[in-house]
Design a protein around this ligand. Structure first.
Ligand SMILES: *Cc1c(COP(=O)(O)O)cnc(C)c1O
Length: 374
Protein backbone atom coordinates (compact mmCIF):
# COMPACT_ATOMS: atom_id res chain seq x y z
CA UNK A 1 0.00 0.00 0.00
CA UNK A 2 1.08 3.55 -0.70
CA UNK A 3 2.65 5.01 2.45
CA UNK A 4 1.51 8.57 2.99
CA UNK A 5 4.19 11.03 4.02
CA UNK A 6 4.68 13.67 6.70
CA UNK A 7 1.57 15.76 5.99
CA UNK A 8 -1.05 15.42 3.28
CA UNK A 9 -4.46 16.31 1.89
CA UNK A 10 -7.01 13.60 1.11
CA UNK A 11 -9.61 14.45 -1.52
CA UNK A 12 -12.93 12.66 -1.74
CA UNK A 13 -14.23 13.38 -5.24
CA UNK A 14 -17.47 11.46 -4.61
CA UNK A 15 -18.31 14.14 -2.08
CA UNK A 16 -17.59 16.82 -4.68
CA UNK A 17 -20.05 15.23 -7.09
CA UNK A 18 -22.59 14.85 -4.26
CA UNK A 19 -22.32 18.59 -3.51
CA UNK A 20 -22.67 19.47 -7.20
CA UNK A 21 -25.89 17.44 -7.34
CA UNK A 22 -27.23 19.14 -4.20
CA UNK A 23 -26.75 22.58 -5.77
CA UNK A 24 -28.24 21.47 -9.09
CA UNK A 25 -31.33 20.31 -7.18
CA UNK A 26 -31.48 23.48 -5.11
CA UNK A 27 -31.24 26.00 -7.95
CA UNK A 28 -33.71 26.50 -10.82
CA UNK A 29 -33.14 24.11 -13.74
CA UNK A 30 -32.16 27.05 -15.97
CA UNK A 31 -29.27 28.01 -13.67
CA UNK A 32 -25.88 26.52 -14.55
CA UNK A 33 -23.15 26.05 -11.95
CA UNK A 34 -19.98 28.01 -12.60
CA UNK A 35 -17.72 26.65 -9.86
CA UNK A 36 -15.13 29.00 -8.36
CA UNK A 37 -11.83 27.13 -8.66
CA UNK A 38 -9.63 30.11 -7.81
CA UNK A 39 -6.77 29.92 -5.30
CA UNK A 40 -5.93 26.38 -6.43
CA UNK A 41 -9.58 25.38 -5.96
CA UNK A 42 -9.57 26.68 -2.39
CA UNK A 43 -6.45 24.65 -1.66
CA UNK A 44 -7.89 21.40 -3.03
CA UNK A 45 -5.81 21.46 -6.25
CA UNK A 46 -7.35 23.24 -9.26
CA UNK A 47 -6.41 20.79 -12.04
CA UNK A 48 -7.80 17.70 -10.31
CA UNK A 49 -10.96 19.46 -9.11
CA UNK A 50 -11.70 21.17 -12.44
CA UNK A 51 -11.12 17.95 -14.41
CA UNK A 52 -13.48 16.08 -12.12
CA UNK A 53 -16.10 18.82 -12.49
CA UNK A 54 -15.70 18.70 -16.27
CA UNK A 55 -16.25 14.92 -16.13
CA UNK A 56 -19.49 15.64 -14.28
CA UNK A 57 -20.63 17.83 -17.18
CA UNK A 58 -19.68 21.25 -15.78
CA UNK A 59 -18.69 23.56 -18.65
CA UNK A 60 -18.09 26.91 -16.93
CA UNK A 61 -15.55 27.91 -14.30
CA UNK A 62 -14.36 31.07 -12.60
CA UNK A 63 -10.88 31.94 -11.34
CA UNK A 64 -9.23 35.01 -9.85
CA UNK A 65 -6.42 35.60 -12.34
CA UNK A 66 -5.35 34.94 -15.92
CA UNK A 67 -2.52 32.75 -14.56
CA UNK A 68 -5.04 30.50 -12.86
CA UNK A 69 -7.00 30.29 -16.11
CA UNK A 70 -3.88 29.31 -18.05
CA UNK A 71 -3.16 26.59 -15.49
CA UNK A 72 -6.61 25.14 -16.13
CA UNK A 73 -6.16 25.26 -19.92
CA UNK A 74 -2.83 23.47 -19.53
CA UNK A 75 -4.66 20.86 -17.45
CA UNK A 76 -6.98 20.24 -20.41
CA UNK A 77 -10.03 22.24 -19.34
CA UNK A 78 -11.94 23.29 -22.46
CA UNK A 79 -15.02 25.07 -21.08
CA UNK A 80 -15.55 28.75 -20.39
CA UNK A 81 -13.12 30.20 -17.83
CA UNK A 82 -14.09 33.59 -16.40
CA UNK A 83 -11.30 35.66 -14.82
CA UNK A 84 -13.06 37.47 -11.97
CA UNK A 85 -10.23 39.87 -11.22
CA UNK A 86 -7.86 42.32 -12.86
CA UNK A 87 -5.61 41.25 -15.74
CA UNK A 88 -2.82 43.68 -16.53
CA UNK A 89 -2.30 44.92 -20.13
CA UNK A 90 0.92 42.89 -20.15
CA UNK A 91 -1.26 39.75 -20.16
CA UNK A 92 -4.02 40.89 -22.56
CA UNK A 93 -2.62 38.76 -25.40
CA UNK A 94 -2.84 35.65 -23.17
CA UNK A 95 -6.56 36.24 -22.67
CA UNK A 96 -7.15 35.57 -26.37
CA UNK A 97 -4.46 32.92 -26.72
CA UNK A 98 -5.98 30.83 -23.90
CA UNK A 99 -9.61 31.79 -24.67
CA UNK A 100 -10.18 33.27 -21.22
CA UNK A 101 -13.22 35.42 -20.50
CA UNK A 102 -12.19 38.65 -18.80
CA UNK A 103 -14.18 40.69 -16.27
CA UNK A 104 -14.64 44.34 -17.23
CA UNK A 105 -13.86 46.06 -13.94
CA UNK A 106 -15.07 49.49 -15.13
CA UNK A 107 -15.49 51.62 -18.25
CA UNK A 108 -11.85 52.74 -18.42
CA UNK A 109 -10.72 49.14 -18.30
CA UNK A 110 -13.08 48.24 -21.16
CA UNK A 111 -11.57 51.06 -23.20
CA UNK A 112 -8.01 49.94 -22.44
CA UNK A 113 -8.76 46.33 -23.35
CA UNK A 114 -10.56 47.32 -26.55
CA UNK A 115 -7.61 49.44 -27.66
CA UNK A 116 -5.25 46.47 -27.60
CA UNK A 117 -5.02 44.10 -30.59
CA UNK A 118 -7.32 41.16 -30.31
CA UNK A 119 -10.84 39.92 -29.79
CA UNK A 120 -11.98 39.32 -26.25
CA UNK A 121 -14.85 37.52 -24.55
CA UNK A 122 -15.85 39.56 -21.54
CA UNK A 123 -18.36 39.71 -18.70
CA UNK A 124 -19.20 43.21 -17.52
CA UNK A 125 -19.01 43.73 -13.76
CA UNK A 126 -21.73 45.88 -12.24
CA UNK A 127 -21.22 47.43 -8.82
CA UNK A 128 -24.47 47.18 -6.88
CA UNK A 129 -23.11 48.27 -3.50
CA UNK A 130 -20.02 46.27 -2.57
CA UNK A 131 -17.85 48.98 -4.17
CA UNK A 132 -15.06 46.62 -5.14
CA UNK A 133 -15.25 45.96 -8.89
CA UNK A 134 -17.71 46.99 -11.55
CA UNK A 135 -19.20 50.05 -13.12
CA UNK A 136 -21.91 51.56 -10.89
CA UNK A 137 -25.35 50.08 -11.52
CA UNK A 138 -26.91 53.52 -11.93
CA UNK A 139 -24.49 54.58 -14.67
CA UNK A 140 -26.49 53.13 -17.53
CA UNK A 141 -25.11 55.65 -20.00
CA UNK A 142 -21.51 54.66 -19.21
CA UNK A 143 -22.40 50.96 -19.14
CA UNK A 144 -24.06 51.20 -22.58
CA UNK A 145 -20.89 52.68 -24.07
CA UNK A 146 -19.07 49.41 -23.29
CA UNK A 147 -21.29 47.72 -25.91
CA UNK A 148 -19.81 50.03 -28.58
CA UNK A 149 -16.37 48.40 -28.43
CA UNK A 150 -16.63 46.01 -31.36
CA UNK A 151 -13.75 43.73 -30.33
CA UNK A 152 -15.29 43.04 -26.92
CA UNK A 153 -17.81 40.20 -27.09
CA UNK A 154 -20.01 40.75 -24.07
CA UNK A 155 -21.28 37.30 -23.13
CA UNK A 156 -22.15 38.08 -19.50
CA UNK A 157 -23.12 40.74 -16.99
CA UNK A 158 -22.67 40.13 -13.30
CA UNK A 159 -22.54 41.56 -9.83
CA UNK A 160 -21.48 40.28 -6.40
CA UNK A 161 -23.40 40.19 -3.12
CA UNK A 162 -21.49 41.25 0.01
CA UNK A 163 -23.98 40.38 2.77
CA UNK A 164 -25.54 37.20 1.39
CA UNK A 165 -24.20 35.14 4.31
CA UNK A 166 -25.85 37.41 6.87
CA UNK A 167 -28.95 36.38 8.80
CA UNK A 168 -29.72 39.85 10.23
CA UNK A 169 -32.49 42.05 8.81
CA UNK A 170 -30.12 44.82 7.59
CA UNK A 171 -27.92 42.27 5.82
CA UNK A 172 -30.89 40.68 4.09
CA UNK A 173 -32.24 44.09 3.17
CA UNK A 174 -28.90 45.05 1.62
CA UNK A 175 -28.70 41.83 -0.41
CA UNK A 176 -32.21 42.42 -1.75
CA UNK A 177 -31.26 46.01 -2.60
CA UNK A 178 -28.24 44.75 -4.57
CA UNK A 179 -30.38 42.20 -6.41
CA UNK A 180 -32.97 44.88 -7.30
CA UNK A 181 -30.24 47.25 -8.52
CA UNK A 182 -28.78 44.48 -10.68
CA UNK A 183 -32.17 43.58 -12.17
CA UNK A 184 -32.86 47.25 -12.95
CA UNK A 185 -29.58 47.77 -14.79
CA UNK A 186 -29.96 44.53 -16.73
CA UNK A 187 -33.49 45.59 -17.76
CA UNK A 188 -32.30 49.09 -18.72
CA UNK A 189 -29.46 47.65 -20.84
CA UNK A 190 -31.87 45.34 -22.63
CA UNK A 191 -34.28 48.21 -23.29
CA UNK A 192 -31.41 49.99 -24.99
CA UNK A 193 -30.68 47.05 -27.24
CA UNK A 194 -27.74 45.60 -25.28
CA UNK A 195 -28.76 41.94 -25.32
CA UNK A 196 -27.46 38.41 -25.76
CA UNK A 197 -25.61 38.12 -22.46
CA UNK A 198 -25.92 35.78 -19.48
CA UNK A 199 -26.40 37.04 -15.93
CA UNK A 200 -25.08 35.98 -12.51
CA UNK A 201 -24.90 37.37 -8.99
CA UNK A 202 -24.82 34.45 -6.50
CA UNK A 203 -21.83 32.90 -4.78
CA UNK A 204 -22.26 30.06 -2.26
CA UNK A 205 -24.27 32.07 0.25
CA UNK A 206 -26.23 33.84 -2.46
CA UNK A 207 -27.37 30.39 -3.60
CA UNK A 208 -27.89 29.01 -0.08
CA UNK A 209 -29.88 32.00 1.19
CA UNK A 210 -31.54 33.18 -2.05
CA UNK A 211 -31.99 29.90 -3.95
CA UNK A 212 -35.16 31.12 -5.68
CA UNK A 213 -33.28 33.69 -7.81
CA UNK A 214 -33.30 32.93 -11.49
CA UNK A 215 -30.01 33.84 -13.17
CA UNK A 216 -28.04 31.93 -15.80
CA UNK A 217 -25.03 31.07 -13.64
CA UNK A 218 -24.21 30.62 -9.94
CA UNK A 219 -20.55 31.04 -8.99
CA UNK A 220 -20.29 28.50 -6.17
CA UNK A 221 -16.98 28.22 -4.32
CA UNK A 222 -16.65 27.27 -0.67
CA UNK A 223 -19.92 25.31 -0.38
CA UNK A 224 -19.09 23.10 -3.36
CA UNK A 225 -16.09 21.89 -1.37
CA UNK A 226 -18.54 20.96 1.39
CA UNK A 227 -17.52 23.65 3.86
CA UNK A 228 -19.40 26.49 5.50
CA UNK A 229 -17.49 29.69 6.25
CA UNK A 230 -18.26 29.49 9.99
CA UNK A 231 -19.68 26.72 12.19
CA UNK A 232 -22.62 28.89 13.29
CA UNK A 233 -23.84 29.63 9.74
CA UNK A 234 -27.49 28.86 9.13
CA UNK A 235 -28.90 29.09 5.64
CA UNK A 236 -32.36 29.25 4.11
CA UNK A 237 -31.63 26.19 1.96
CA UNK A 238 -31.74 23.02 4.01
CA UNK A 239 -29.05 21.01 2.27
CA UNK A 240 -26.40 18.70 3.61
CA UNK A 241 -22.99 19.08 2.08
CA UNK A 242 -20.08 16.68 2.37
CA UNK A 243 -16.51 17.88 2.93
CA UNK A 244 -14.18 17.07 0.03
CA UNK A 245 -10.90 17.68 1.84
CA UNK A 246 -9.21 16.14 4.87
CA UNK A 247 -5.90 17.37 6.27
CA UNK A 248 -3.69 14.83 7.96
CA UNK A 249 -0.20 14.33 9.35
CA UNK A 250 1.77 11.95 11.54
CA UNK A 251 3.17 11.73 15.05
CA UNK A 252 6.97 11.97 14.95
CA UNK A 253 7.60 10.99 18.59
CA UNK A 254 5.84 10.70 21.96
CA UNK A 255 7.48 12.09 25.14
CA UNK A 256 6.82 12.82 28.80
CA UNK A 257 6.53 16.33 30.19
CA UNK A 258 7.06 16.55 33.97
CA UNK A 259 5.33 19.01 36.33
CA UNK A 260 6.89 22.47 36.07
CA UNK A 261 8.48 21.81 32.65
CA UNK A 262 7.48 23.97 29.69
CA UNK A 263 7.30 23.15 26.00
CA UNK A 264 8.04 24.70 22.60
CA UNK A 265 9.29 28.10 21.38
CA UNK A 266 8.95 30.76 24.09
CA UNK A 267 7.95 28.07 26.63
CA UNK A 268 4.33 29.26 26.45
CA UNK A 269 2.81 26.11 28.01
CA UNK A 270 3.84 24.65 31.38
CA UNK A 271 2.79 21.22 32.66
CA UNK A 272 0.87 21.24 35.97
CA UNK A 273 1.04 17.44 36.20
CA UNK A 274 2.91 14.70 34.39
CA UNK A 275 1.81 14.68 30.75
CA UNK A 276 2.31 12.74 27.56
CA UNK A 277 3.09 14.93 24.52
CA UNK A 278 3.43 14.24 20.81
CA UNK A 279 5.39 16.14 18.16
CA UNK A 280 3.53 16.19 14.83
CA UNK A 281 5.03 16.83 11.38
CA UNK A 282 2.89 19.73 10.21
CA UNK A 283 3.17 23.47 10.90
CA UNK A 284 2.20 26.94 9.81
CA UNK A 285 4.08 26.57 6.51
CA UNK A 286 1.58 23.80 5.75
CA UNK A 287 -1.35 26.07 6.59
CA UNK A 288 -1.98 25.38 10.29
CA UNK A 289 -2.44 28.95 11.62
CA UNK A 290 0.06 29.99 14.31
CA UNK A 291 -3.00 31.54 15.94
CA UNK A 292 -3.98 28.01 17.01
CA UNK A 293 -1.03 27.85 19.44
CA UNK A 294 -2.37 26.62 22.81
CA UNK A 295 -5.89 26.64 21.43
CA UNK A 296 -6.42 24.31 18.47
CA UNK A 297 -7.27 20.60 18.44
CA UNK A 298 -6.44 17.55 16.38
CA UNK A 299 -7.83 14.01 16.32
CA UNK A 300 -5.59 11.07 17.15
CA UNK A 301 -7.03 7.57 17.02
CA UNK A 302 -10.56 9.00 17.25
CA UNK A 303 -9.88 11.25 20.28
CA UNK A 304 -9.45 15.01 20.55
CA UNK A 305 -5.97 16.16 21.53
CA UNK A 306 -5.31 19.85 22.37
CA UNK A 307 -2.44 21.73 20.75
CA UNK A 308 0.05 22.91 23.37
CA UNK A 309 2.87 25.41 22.96
CA UNK A 310 3.42 27.45 19.84
CA UNK A 311 2.73 26.08 16.36
CA UNK A 312 6.14 25.97 14.61
CA UNK A 313 6.81 26.34 10.88
CA UNK A 314 7.04 22.58 10.23
CA UNK A 315 5.85 20.94 13.44
CA UNK A 316 3.46 21.32 16.33
CA UNK A 317 2.87 19.71 19.72
CA UNK A 318 -0.15 17.91 21.12
CA UNK A 319 -1.22 16.92 24.60
CA UNK A 320 -1.94 13.18 24.21
CA UNK A 321 -2.11 12.40 27.96
CA UNK A 322 -5.71 11.13 27.65
CA UNK A 323 -4.84 8.59 24.94
CA UNK A 324 -3.95 5.11 26.08
CA UNK A 325 -2.66 3.98 22.69
CA UNK A 326 -0.48 6.46 20.87
CA UNK A 327 2.82 5.98 19.11
CA UNK A 328 5.19 7.46 16.58
CA UNK A 329 3.74 7.03 13.08
CA UNK A 330 0.10 7.40 14.18
CA UNK A 331 -2.13 9.48 11.93
CA UNK A 332 -3.27 12.91 13.14
CA UNK A 333 -6.37 14.54 11.65
CA UNK A 334 -6.66 18.35 11.57
CA UNK A 335 -9.62 18.54 9.20
CA UNK A 336 -11.76 15.47 8.69
CA UNK A 337 -12.87 12.31 10.50
CA UNK A 338 -11.15 9.99 12.92
CA UNK A 339 -13.30 7.25 14.41
CA UNK A 340 -16.54 8.82 15.62
CA UNK A 341 -15.04 12.28 15.82
CA UNK A 342 -14.82 14.96 13.15
CA UNK A 343 -13.28 18.43 12.83
CA UNK A 344 -14.76 20.67 10.13
CA UNK A 345 -12.69 23.30 8.32
CA UNK A 346 -15.07 25.90 9.76
CA UNK A 347 -14.18 24.81 13.32
CA UNK A 348 -10.46 25.25 12.64
CA UNK A 349 -11.27 28.62 11.10
CA UNK A 350 -13.37 29.79 14.04
CA UNK A 351 -10.57 28.95 16.53
CA UNK A 352 -8.20 30.99 14.36
CA UNK A 353 -10.64 33.93 14.10
CA UNK A 354 -11.20 33.51 10.40
CA UNK A 355 -13.39 31.68 7.87
CA UNK A 356 -12.80 28.27 6.32
CA UNK A 357 -12.13 29.93 2.94
CA UNK A 358 -8.90 31.40 4.33
CA UNK A 359 -7.80 28.19 6.05
CA UNK A 360 -8.33 26.10 2.90
CA UNK A 361 -6.89 28.57 0.38
CA UNK A 362 -3.72 28.95 2.46
CA UNK A 363 -2.90 25.25 2.74
CA UNK A 364 0.79 24.84 1.96
CA UNK A 365 2.28 23.83 -1.35
CA UNK A 366 4.38 21.00 0.09
CA UNK A 367 1.35 18.95 1.16
CA UNK A 368 0.82 15.82 -0.91
CA UNK A 369 -2.63 15.41 -2.46
CA UNK A 370 -4.14 11.93 -2.39
CA UNK A 371 -7.45 10.79 -3.87
CA UNK A 372 -9.56 8.59 -1.61
CA UNK A 373 -12.74 6.65 -2.23
CA UNK A 374 -15.69 6.82 0.09
C1 LIG B 1 -14.69 33.95 -4.79
C2 LIG B 1 -15.86 34.47 -5.50
C3 LIG B 1 -17.01 33.69 -5.61
C4 LIG B 1 -17.19 32.38 -4.88
O1 LIG B 1 -17.47 32.69 -3.54
P1 LIG B 1 -17.88 31.58 -2.46
O2 LIG B 1 -18.42 32.40 -1.33
O3 LIG B 1 -16.64 30.84 -2.09
O4 LIG B 1 -18.90 30.72 -3.07
C5 LIG B 1 -18.05 34.18 -6.38
N1 LIG B 1 -17.96 35.37 -6.99
C6 LIG B 1 -16.88 36.17 -6.89
C7 LIG B 1 -16.85 37.47 -7.58
C8 LIG B 1 -15.79 35.75 -6.12
O5 LIG B 1 -14.73 36.55 -6.00
Amino acid sequence: MYQKGRAWIELNLNNLSYNVTQFQKLLPASCTLMPAVKANAYGHGAPVIARELENMGITDFCVASAGEGIELRNAGITGQILVLGYTSPRQFSELSRYRLTQTIVDFDYAKQLSESDGQYDVHVGIDTGMHRLGERSGNIKTLRKIWNFSNLHITGVFSHLCTADGASAPEKEFALKQIAAFDESVAALKRHGCTGFKTHIQGSYGALNYPELNYDFARIGIALYGAFCSPSDETKADIRLRPVLSLKSRIECVKELYPGESIGYGLTFTAAKEMKTAAVSIGYADGIPRELSNRGFALVNGKRAPMIGRVCMDQLLLDVSELSHVAAGDEVVFIGKSGENEIAASEVAASANTISNEILSRLGTRLERILVLG
